[in-house]
Design a protein around this ligand. Sequence first.
Ligand code: DGL
Length: 247
Amino acid sequence: MKVGVFDSGIGGLTVVKSLLEHKLFEEIVYFGDTARVPYGVKDRNTIIRYSLEALEFFKNFDIDLIITACNTVSAYALEEMRAQAHCDVIGVVEPGILAAKNALKNPNAKVLVLGTRATVSSGAYESLLNAHGFYNVESQATGLFVPIVEEGLFTGEVLESTMHHYFKNHQIPDAIILGCTHFPLIADAIGSYFQHQSLLIHSGEAIVEYLEHRYDFTERFEETAMKFFASENPDALKAVAKQWLAL
Ligand code: DGL
């Protein structure tokens, strides 16, 4: 299977990392819209338009499946993408919810959803959590984490004070949905802020679980051919990929 992974920028590499760890695909074509990131501060129509343009890009390849690693795109543009795509398109919101549901036995568990402003205001995670019987849900837009991660500040005082700013009024949740591609890179810091008492749900791991339930992966691939594309400065994206994916 050849998979296309779409993100607004570099963050979707966290999802690629999980796909590689599980050796699911023979080939991965990654497209990051680095010229127009962040999507998380844009409105619905713009997010949908950009996502459909990314879909056009993938039509240049013989892709079997498209994964929208971007939570913001998954929250707004999945239906539109599916309506125009030549292959399956899956997002990260539903896999994240199912992973939370599988891990949390108690429907009264307190779930904290973190995401960009757009993802949080879409209510996508909240309404799907409600549909699965989880009503004890809080959401927090934490967009400042995006540039912090891009600066490589995975620890230290900037991150600590930003976490304090966002989390000071939250009690320790049972689970935290890392509803943004960038957040797995600061998962350790977020976990330790909440005294390692919360279960962290990571889109990459959640999507692997989801894929393994829905597709037949009889073959595992020791080697995955990788192609990286970006709408601006592809070399910068390739450099981050090399670092994050240890290529
Ligand atoms: N990739 C985005 C997401 O997962 C975060 C960065 C952005 O705002 O575009 O929501």
